[in-house]
Design a protein around this ligand. Structure first.
Ligand SMILES: *Cc1c(COP(=O)(O)O)cnc(C)c1O
Length: 422
């Protein structure tokens, strides 16, 4: 089908509405949408056979690469059993095994309960509702507000978006979701009336959508202490940082902190299928016991989806079989050296390089808010596919990316910087 790509682009422009996209620009005559046809390991291929390094892990989801044989096989095997059945009033083996496997990733007697949903936003939404209902059930109904941070991103459903602190994304809906007090840093908590706080919500170690902004060391420990002192819950949104991205399985391990609630999604299925989990402690779970009036009335049609759970189990097995975490320190160090070299080779062009494990943000100097996008478009011509956050170019390829492929990606980014000017 020689003009199959053409047809896709036409149908797309006629009928689709893309996320986070000014659609007038997308549909403009001069814009040729990139049509992705297939993937293999750290690479994606377009409909003309051109190859791209998946430089942002398909918006922070992919972990072990595309078409990983073990995850492919697990999903296929589950397809031969059943693709989906309702989780209301039934259970299934992949979901039960996944819950046990997730709980086993945390210190015993901590995050031992797993509530399944569909994506990062619903995992966060669910954590918010659990926190609110927990305090209603335990005699503190006045705790109905949340603390979140400037620059935060927790998803786009109304509750999750209410936490968000990125004006372009969230400003329009300010005050229309749950009550939220946004602070700039841990120090900002001094001005917060603690008795009204249900939970403090944070992206641990690094704020993703803010442009890979790193928190000062000790932030999580300080938040844990504040929450404990003031009787509030700590919610960690590891939707982006989870599953090895920071060099440890979960970002919170870097500070030895366990939260009361944790949201997981994106990398949970290795980047294969939409599945999310909200993990919590026995203390919170047990408050919901004791009959219909106390139960958690929340769920989605695809909760516990067996295909997603099978992919997630396979994702965890690959971590063990391929010793993914053990291979990371060398790759992270390689990435660090590569980023330093990129910076040195482009004097005056890079304002700041931020790195946390396999996550990097390269903030371009003198940007006008469009420089990052133009750099990404140029990088595409050199075989690197990624997206910017304003003038910060994100580089966070899948964990399976080899040192040679990291070099390849950074070379493409360097070539893009040479081409793009203000
Ligand atoms: C992407 C993201 C979300 C939202 O997840 P979706 O699956 O896109 O709904 C929430 N929190 C963080 C930290 C994220 O990076």
């Amino acid at each position: 089908m020689p003009d199959g790509g053409m047809e896709t682009a036409e149908l797309d422009k006629a009928h689709l509405w893309h996320p986070f996209t000014p659609m007038g620009d997308w549909c403009a005559r001069g814009h040729e949408p990139l049509v992705i046809a297939r993937g293999e390991g750290a690479y994606l291929f377009d409909d003309r056979g051109r190859r791209y390094l998946d430089g942002n892990s398909s918006i922070w989801t992919n972990i072990h690469g595309h078409r990983h044989p073990a995850i492919d096989a697990a999903v296929r095997a589950q397809l031969d059993e059943v693709a989906h059945c309702s989780f209301l009033g039934t259970t299934n083996a992949p979901a039960a095994e996944l819950a046990a496997a997730l709980a086993a990733l945390f210190p015993s007697n901590t995050l031992e309960r797993v509530f399944l949903s569909d994506d990062g936003s619903t995992a966060v939404e669910c954590a918010l509702k659990m926190a609110l209902q927990f305090f209603q059930l335990t005699g503190e109904p006045g705790r109905r507000g949340f603390v979140s941070f400037e620059g935060a991103y927790h998803g786009d459903t109304l509750g999750a978006a209410a936490l968000g602190g990125i004006p372009l994304f969230h400003g329009r809906f300010d005050g229309l979701g749950v009550p939220v007090r946004r602070v700039a840093s841990v120090a900002g908590l001094d001005g917060v009336e603690p008795g009204a706080v249900a939970a403090v919500v944070i992206e641990p170690l690094v704020q993703g959508a803010a442009g890979m902004r790193l928190w000062p060391a000790g932030t999580l420990r300080d938040l844990r202490a504040w929450c404990d002192r003031n009787g509030a819950l700590l919610v960690l949104d590891e939707v982006m940082t989870g599953f090895g991205r920071t060099g440890r399985m979960f970002a919170c391990e870097h500070e030895g902190v366990t939260p009361d609630l944790m949201a997981l999604a994106k990398g949970l299925t290795g980047g294969y299928l939409p599945l999310a989990a909200t993990l919590t402690t026995r203390r919170i779970y047990e408050a919901f016991l004791g009959g219909r009036e106390r139960a958690f009335y929340y769920g989605h049609s695809y909760s516990g989806n067996p295909l997603g759970c099978a992919a997630a189990l396979a994702n965890l097995r690959v971590f063990e079989d391929e010793k993914t975490l053990a291979a990371l320190p060398a790759k992270i160090e390689h990435l660090r050296r590569g980023l330093d070299a990129l910076d040195a080779a482009h004097p005056g062009r890079i304002a700041e390089v931020r790195q946390c494990g396999m996550i990097a943000g390269v903030e371009l100097a003198g940007g006008d808010g469009t420089l990052g996008a133009r750099a990404c478009t140029a990088a595409r011509r050199h075989g690197l596919l990624t997206r910017p956050v304003l003038d910060t170019v994100v580089f966070m390829p899948p964990l399976c990316t080899t040192p040679e492929q990291i070099d390849e990606g950074l070379r493409a980014l360097g070539a893009a910087l040479d081409e793009v000017r203000l």
